[in-house]
Design a protein. Structure first.
Length: 171
């Protein structure tokens, strides 16, 4: 979709991020380790702090996809110390009305480019096994299952499959 634009979120975007994140948790409660009930109670300061990467000492790429000023997609690329050769994808979500339009592919592409430029060798994510569309999307994007299934969150019967994609970077 050529009208959809993605950009990096900044601390000043906290309200847009909050709205997108809460929408994602309401729309797809079985896709995330956190829940709407946990995050809706966060203070405005906590939402702002999440996007203050420098203060948090976090190497991350928080992306928002927008259409006509509305948040329609979200994804985070994160590199955790000390394993700086592995990037992780969190909070991947696209508005239901726009799924299948290339937004998720574009967000993954941006995170992959960022990870390569950061010297990463692979990207890891976890996908709920019952979400066949997401599993198929990640598989078709080059992600391969790795390791045993894990619980989505404590007390959940839902399982997630860790997946990894090797990047062309072998520095």
């Amino acid at each position: 979709m050529s009208d959809v634009k993605s950009r990096v979120l900044t601390p000043q975007d906290w309200q847009l991020y909050k709205l997108a994140r809460l929408n994602s948790l309401e729309d797809a409660p079985d896709s995330f380790g956190s829940t709407y009930e946990q995050e809706v109670t966060l203070s405005d300061t906590e939402w702002q702090t999440r996007l203050d990467l420098k203060w948090r000492g976090l190497d991350a790429l928080p992306l928002i996809a927008e259409l006509e000023g509305q948040a329609v997609g979200l994804a985070w690329g994160v590199i955790h110390e000390p394993d700086t050769k592995m990037a992780h994808i969190y909070q991947m979500w696209v508005s239901p009305a726009l799924r299948g339009k290339g937004i998720a592919k574009s967000l993954l592409g941006e995170i992959s480019t960022w990870a390569v430029n950061k010297g990463c060798e692979c990207i890891k994510l976890a996908v709920t096994t019952s979400n066949e569309a997401a599993v198929g999307f990640y598989t078709s994007s080059g992600y391969l299952p790795t390791g045993p299934l894990e619980a989505l969150r404590v007390g959940s019967a839902l399982m997630v499959q860790p997946m990894v994609k090797r990047l062309g970077n072998t520095q």
